[in-house]
Structures are given as structure tokens and as C-alpha cells.
Design a protein around this ligand. Structure first.
Ligand SMILES: [Zn+2]
Ligand SMILES: [Zn+2]
Length: 280
């Protein structure tokens, strides 16, 4: 084992695309409508409880913290899907994991997706969060204004994350001017920042809202530390389903997640051979 050079087993984009059904499309459309209605309700409640003069700075802080939190969560969920997910997982497999795997195999296809397909999944997962926030109390106190403004900012930026990600894959000349300006200002994820993720084996720069958290998380080896802990606890090898056992082991040894000389007991090859159908 550990032959060199390492052969990376990328997954087939057409096979991954077959997981996109009409039921899923209907669910996405409904989610966008419900999400939009709940955002409107959140805005109205916040406006009714807020004194703009007294709470202006609180709104600004909440907006910024919501942006940073959304960027972190975008990276964390992306890392979970890339590192540990399989397309056969119930619910998350044909949605979250499929989207990221398909995207790695054919990155430019994201730019061809419509508004609903791009944003439907994020709207769907935010709906329970929005309902939870709307059930929380609100009055004119600083705490509740901060909480609800943060929740609104977080929901807004998470919803926009995949759209921002799509813009990071489009040609500059095809982007609206405000989008280009916000990319230049680094409020939206930039093309160059995101390109760092799109290099095999897809093991860094997971944050895709504005990318602000990528540098700090990389410096503290945040994801590598989690991968080592998860391997020690569960025996699961990071990225095994995505790039195949041999490549995943080689990458993990190089990064200090697995010990030198680690010998896997099975050989998994992408979606064709997931941990549930492993070969010995
Ligand atoms: Zn990825
Ligand atoms: Zn991408």
C-alpha cells in the first residue's frame, strides 16, 4: 500500500446528477417561497421592537457577527459533506453531499443552475431555524434586538451562500456590476479565494460565504484536528468515500492525521463502492 503516485478516484458527474428528481425540484421551489415569507415575518417583528437610534450599533454588530457565523457554518457543513458524506446517506446524500460531489467533478455546471436549484436547499434547511426564531420572545431590550438581528443576518447570509458560491464560478463579464463590486470588497467570496478549494483533494478553504474564516481555520488546523479526533474515535478515514481509500490514506498520512505506515483494511472507490459496500 501507499504506492506512489497516488491515483485519485473522482466521482462521475452524470451519475450524481441522476439523484436530482422532480420531487426534489418541487421541494426546492416550495422552500424558497416559505423561506421568503418567514424572512418577511422576521423583519417585521424586528422593526416593531427596534428603536433605530438606540439600537443602530447593535444592528451593525449583529449583521457582522451573522456574516462571520454564516461563513463558519458554510465551511463546517461543506467540510462534513466533503470529508465524511456519501450520496447514499438518507436525505443529506441526494441533496448536500450530491451537490458538493457533483460540483467537484464538474465545477462550471454550478454556473448553469437556475435560481431555485441554486438556493432551494439552503432555504429548506433554514425554515426550521426561522420557525424557532419566530417562536422566541422579542421586546425592546438590547438582548432580544441583538438576538433577532443576528438570526436575521445569519439566515440571510446562509440563504445567499450558494448564490455567492455560484458567482465565484462565473466569468467576470457575466456578473452584475454590484456583484463584482462586492467580490472586490471581499464581502462576497472571491474567485481566487474559492479556487484554493478546487484543487484535488479538496481539503481546505471550505468557507464559501465570504471566505473570511478560511485563513484563521487553516492556521489553527481546525479541520485536521477534528479529522484526527474523529478517526481516533470511530476509525473512519477522512475523504475515503470522495477520493478512494488509497488516496485518502496517503493524504491523511501526509497531513499527520493518520500515523506513518497506516494500513487500511479495505479499498473503497467513490460512489461505486461506499463504506456499506466495501471490498476487503
Ligand atoms: Zn468541496
Ligand atoms: Zn466551488
Amino acid at each position: 500500500m501507499n504506492e506512489s503516485p497516488v491515483r485519485i478516484e473522482q466521482q462521475d458527474a452524470d451519475e450524481l446528477r441522476a439523484h436530482y428528481t422532480w420531487k426534489k425540484k418541487a421541494l426546492e421551489g416550495g422552500s424558497v417561497v416559505v423561506f421568503t415569507g418567514l424572512v418577511a415575518a422576521m423583519v417585521v417583528r424586528l422593526m416593531q421592537a427596534t428603536d433605530l437610534w438606540a439600537h443602530g450599533w447593535l444592528l451593525l454588530v449583529a449583521f457582522l457577527v451573522g456574516m462571520i457565523a454564516a461563513d463558519f457554518v458554510s465551511g463546517f457543513v461543506h467540510w462534513l459533506a466533503d470529508t465524511w458524506g456519501t450520496v447514499e446517506l438518507p436525505i443529506l446524500g441526494p441533496t448536500l453531499v450530491k451537490n458538493f460531489r457533483e460540483h467537484h467533478a464538474a465545477p462550471r455546471d454550478l454556473a448553469k443552475k437556475g435560481l431555485i436549484e441554486t438556493n432551494g436547499d439552503n432555504c429548506m434547511v433554514l425554515i426550521p431555524v426561522q420557525v424557532g426564531v419566530l417562536l422566541m420572545p422579542i421586546d425592546g431590550s438590547a438582548f432580544w434586538v441583538l438576538f433577532h438581528a443576528f438570526a436575521l443576518s445569519f439566515a440571510f447570509w446562509i440563504m445567499l451562500t450558494n448564490q455567492i458560491h455560484k458567482w465565484a464560478h462565473m466569468r467576470r463579464k457575466d456578473l452584475w456590476l454590484p456583484v463584482r463590486a462586492l467580490q472586490r470588497a471581499r464581502v462576497f467570496l472571491t474567485v481566487s479565494e474559492h479556487a484554493k478549494h478546487h484543487t484535488v483533494p479538496f481539503e481546505s478553504h471550505y468557507c464559501i460565504t465570504n471566505g473570511w474564516m478560511n485563513g484563521p481555520l487553516q492556521r489553527v488546523r481546525f479541520f485536521r484536528t477534528l479529522e484526527r479526533i474523529i478517526w481516533r474515535v470511530s476509525g473512519m478515514i477522512p475523504r475515503e468515500n470522495d477520493i478512494g481509500t488509497h488516496a485518502a490514506v496517503a493524504v491523511a498520512v501526509k497531513q499527520g492525521i493518520l500515523p506513518e505506515g497506516f494500513q487500511p483494511t479495505r479499498h473503497i472507490v467513490g460512489t461505486q463502492s461506499t463504506p456499506t459496500r466495501s471490498l476487503s
